[in-house]
Design a protein around this ligand. Structure first.
Ligand SMILES: [Ca+2]
Ligand SMILES: [Ca+2]
Length: 251
């Protein structure tokens, strides 16, 4: 039995989503499901549709194909097909006995298991409906590769001030998910080795930062005295030229 998507997908998709019930998959990953899969004998044995099936109806518990009237024992229940496509299951809640697309979790019982770095998911960007894609924290280059449909950019935050510098990492992540330890979702840190220098910093320091700059708030402007109190660097900086040829004043 072929699992098709066809014109019923939109309504099935909505119903399944509301009920927490998966919808029919288009096939193994992004590939079509071959008709020949339906005669393949499932997981529990070799009796198959052409053998001498037992009498158990769909959804009844089983350990071998021969126990089922359908000839297919899949995921521990008598199934309406071999159901060995990637991200398809016959044991999902609400649909036992019927081969159904699996939109969450690993699929270990498939001709091409979906596990390890990947997991089953809804593919909102293509008509495939279900597909095997990268788990969270796996490196990615595009949203479509991720089970969450989100390939996030994280910025290396070396000084742990909440703002990352120019170095980035792209990982699959939940939408608006938190950054891994050592990273930030916000970039723009012009001195990522000084935790007192970051975008939006309002506290002015009377000493040059670890990058040799007086641009303490990363706005591209050098502040050689406090914009609020007018305080200036200590006398030890008097007359010295620091950062982009800015000669410090004396006081
Ligand atoms: Ca930082
Ligand atoms: Ca500045």
């Amino acid at each position: 039995m072929r699992i098709s998507v066809g014109s019923v997908v939109p309504s099935l998709f909505i119903l399944a989503f509301l009920a927490g019930c998966p919808v029919a998959p288009a096939g193994a990953g992004d590939a079509a499901v071959p008709d020949a899969l339906s005669g393949g004998g499932g997981e529990g044995g070799s009796a198959g549709a052409s053998g001498a099936p037992g009498g158990k109806p769909l959804a009844y518990g089983c350990a071998a194909n021969a126990e089922c009237a359908s000839g297919f024992c899949v995921d521990g229940v008598c199934c309406d097909s071999a159901c060995d496509q990637q991200c398809a299951s016959c044991g999902l809640p609400g649909r036992p006995g019927y081969c159904t697309g699996q939109i969450v979790g690993d699929d270990l019982a498939a001709a091409m298991p979906c596990t390890g770095a990947k997991t089953c998911s809804l593919d909102l960007t293509s008509p495939t409906i279900v597909s095997c894609r990268l788990k969270n924290a796996e490196a990615c280059t595009s949203n479509a590769q991720c089970a969450t449909n989100n390939c996030a950019t994280f910025y290396v935050d070396e000084d742990n001030d909440g703002y990352g510098g120019s170095a980035t990492l792209h990982l699959c992540a939940p939408v608006r998910g938190a950054a891994p330890k050592g990273y930030s979702t916000i970039g723009g840190d012009c001195c990522d080795v000084d935790s007192l220098t970051f975008p939006g910093q309002t506290a002015w320091e009377d000493y040059i930062n670890a990058c040799g700059s007086w641009d303490y708030n990363c706005d591209g402007t050098v502040e050689t005295q406090s914009p609020t109190s007018g305080a200036m660097p200590p006398a030890s900086y008097c007359g010295k030229t620091v950062f982009v040829n800015t000669k410090m004043g004396c006081h």
